[in-house]
Design a binder for this molecule. Structure first.
Ligand code: ADE
Ligand code: ZN
Length: 339
């Protein structure tokens, strides 16, 4: 490991932008497909991995939704979630906020309870066996209509004790946040914390809508906010966290090369920016890989890297006492690095 990679690995951190379906590694996809007698449109692990070449978000989503079809039983959701949590703990992730896409599964006849049961059992086991805390956030698929989202919200109501937030993902272009204004209003009234993907491929205006119309607490991605100086001021002033995903941005051609990633600019502007892995099975790296790739390409210093880890804890949905505990661990890791 390089000095930087060792330093990153030593920092306790939180992951705040992670789609559980995006952690489905090809090997596990084939294992689960076989036991559920489902045909994947790829003949082997190698052929599937070779399909991971994307020039935009939609090309990725086509593969991601095709692979998600293997997930049927509660055990499948358990295995998927557990595999991610073990991998994340290896990267010194102490707290994970995890998205899932209910409509991807309910559309195939999978019961909402089946997903929640499998995912939550793994989250509970991770708490007990790995000391890793977590929160679960459902995402509405923005390419579907408002009625689908309302149905999903209704299905989530009995699980309010386990699902703490609502988000918005899938194809961004042509699907502005305002399409879901009424659903998010209902969700907020029911106590769900609102977040939304915005400004990944869509314009700065979508980031503004997510803030003003959906009243989100965090923006997932947010890269295009940099096109609007007034919006930057507001994000800085309100310290709205941006959950940025460098390897995802590279793989989906949101940036041409890592050296032109805007993360350093975001930090220097005073934005509350965090680093996350998004869909690590598809984008070539988990959270530490993201920290290292972007830090190396942009020449970030250790103080920047510590700032990113600190932001991840502060921007989480943990309560104050748990945040303080993790910040304490982070400070100790920085002042007393392992020999
Ligand atoms: N679903 C999974 N990953 C996503 C991303 N990066 N953007 C939008 N929707 C997604
Ligand atoms: Zn995402």
């Amino acid at each position: 490991m390089t000095d930087l990679a060792t330093f990153v690995a030593g920092l306790p951190k939180a992951e705040l932008h992670l789609h559980i379906e995006g952690t489905l590694e090809p090997e596990l996809a084939f294992t689960i497909a076989e036991r559920n007698a489902i045909d994947l449109p790829y003949s082997s692990v190698d052929e599937l991995r070779a399909a991971y070449r994307f020039s935009n978000l939609q090309q990725f989503l086509d593969v991601y939704y095709a692979c998600a079809r293997v997930l049927v039983e509660s055990r499948d959701f358990y295995d998927l979630t557990w595999a991610y949590l073990v991998r994340a703990r290896d990267d010194n992730v102490r707290h994970a906020e995890i998205f899932f896409d209910p409509e991807t599964h309910t559309a195939r006849g999978v019961a909402f309870e089946t997903m929640v049961e499998g995912i939550c059992q793994a989250l509970d086991d991770a708490h007990d066996k790995l000391g890793l805390t977590s929160r679960l956030i459902l995402c509405f698929l923005r390419h579907l209509d408002e009625a689908n989202a309302f149905e999903t919200l209704e299905a989530a109501m009995p699980h309010r004790d386990r699902i703490v937030g609502v988000g918005l993902d899938s194809g961004e272009r042509g699907n502005p946040p305002s399409k879901f204004a009424r659903v998010f209003k209902r969700a907020r009234e029911a106590g769900f914390v609102p977040v939304a993907h915005a400004g990944e491929e869509g314009p700065a205006e979508y980031v503004r809508e997510a803030l003003e119309v959906l009243k989100v607490r965090r923006i997932d991605h947010g890269n295009r906010a940099l096109d609007d100086p007034g919006l930057i001021d507001e994000l800085v002033h309100r310290q709205i966290p941006l959950t940025v995903c460098p390897l995802s941005n590279l793989k989906l051609c949101v940036v041409d090369e890592m050296a032109s990633h805007p993360l350093k600019r975001m930090l220097d502007l005073g934005l509350c920016v965090t680093v996350n892995s998004d869909d690590p099975a598809y984008f070539g790296g988990y959270i530490n890989d993201n920290y290292v790739a972007v830090a190396e390409a942009l020449g970030l210093g250790k103080d920047d890297v510590v700032r990113l880890a600190r932001n991840s804890i502060e921007a989480s949905l943990l309560d104050v006492a748990d945040k303080e505990r993790l910040i304490g661990l982070l400070e100790r890791a920085v002042s007393e690095p392992p020999p």
